[in-house]
Ligand binder design. Structure first.
Ligand SMILES: Nc1nc2c(ncn2[C@@H]2O[C@H](COP(=O)(O)OP(=O)(O)OP(=O)(O)O)[C@@H](O)[C@H]2O)c(=O)[nH]1
Ligand SMILES: [Zn+2]
Length: 288
């Protein structure tokens, strides 16, 4: 029997899928396909009360990648809002934050920055640093997940949200606080399939309410940006985007060329030199 279902978690080539009427199945794929992600809508062939086979994936609204030493892997599909979690401790990587914002822009996903652990003394430094991202137009929300997360609910509402960030930033603590008791129930399935490990090792989708979903994901070292075209990169920088097409040369690399609008803007203080440097650094990475 064929049906439509959503992947709510994945373990290598094994998945848990959930139908619209909330039945869950352990699902495998045909011919060792593994290009499915948490959040994907798939057509399944139901084998029995517990098992199904994934036949195909429906067109995705969005797709996010992570990068390890070897290649890009899928993080999640059909996400509409990315919540990037940073906290004063352990020391966050601003490079990861910058890349997450680029990945979100490229995937046309709304990005929100969560500054967690505001109870920690080192928070002030990050509050200052993040004010730049507020200037760029991003919503920066402060919270202490151990104290209260309720003010997040209106921000998350009506989105498929994903929490992303380095290990230890508090993603699972935020998820737990938002879910309350539901978490324990769903976590049982994952721990069973995940050979008893207790840390977040795979993206896992939860319902917050009928309209709102939340994906908790494992700690991330690097974002996958290799699917992006280097010449389109400035589109994903809200501050650089308006300058596109204004250089004398249409293929300007914004380095040594004369009449470069990007360099002119930096000289006038309209954009930060660091942003131009970041654009060039990521361009170089993508050209490798
Ligand atoms: N002081 C303080 N500690 C927090 C807060 N939120 C989370 N923590 C602590 O930070 C540590 C890491 O939290 P987790 O929720 O496991 O972090 P994570 O981002 O899910 O980590 P991974 O699953 O490894 O990616 C835990 O010891 C939490 O108790 C907070 O608001 N304040
Ligand atoms: Zn230029």
């Amino acid at each position: 029997m064929h049906e439509t279902a959503q992947i709510i978690t994945s373990y290598g080539r094994r998945y848990i899928v959930r139908t619209n009427d909330k039945r869950t199945y352990e699902a495998s794929t045909r011919s060792k396909r593994s290009d499915f992600a948490c959040g994907d809508w798939v057509s399944i062939d139901i084998l029995n009360d517990e098992q199904a086979v994934i036949e195909d994936v429906q067109p995705r609204q969005s797709l996010l990648y992570r990068q390890d030493a070897y290649k890009s892997k899928l993080i999640a599909a059909n996400v509409t809002q990315l919540l990037i979690v940073v906290a004063a401790s352990p020391t966050p990587s601003e490079a990861l934050l910058q890349r997450a914002l680029i990945a979100a822009e490229a995937a046309q996903i709304n990005a929100v920055i969560l500054l967690n652990k505001t109870d920690l003394p080192g928070t002030e430094y990050w509050r200052e640093r993040l004010s730049f991202y507020t200037e760029l137009g991003y919503n920066v929300i402060e919270l202490s997940a151990q104290q209260d997360v309720r003010h997040l609910l209106p921000v998350l509402w009506n989105h498929t949200n994903i929490l992303l960030g380095q290990s230890g930033m508090g993603k699972s603590t935020i998820t737990n606080a938002l879910l309350g008791d539901d978490r324990a129930r769903t976590a049982d399935i994952s721990t069973a399939l995940d050979s008893g490990k207790h840390t977040t090792t795979h993206a896992q989708l939860y319902d917050l309410d009928e309209e709102t979903q939340l994906i908790d994901s494992p700690g991330l070292q690097e974002f996958g940006l290799h699917h992006l075209a280097p010449e389109k990169l400035p589109c994903y920088f809200p501050d650089l985007h308006p300058l596109m097409g204004q250089c004398r040369f249409h293929n300007c690399t914004h380095r040594a060329e004369p009449d470069c609008a990007f360099k002119a803007a930096a000289e006038k203080g309209e954009i930060h030199w660091e942003r131009l440097a970041l654009l060039q650094k990521i361009t170089d990475e993508l050209m490798q």
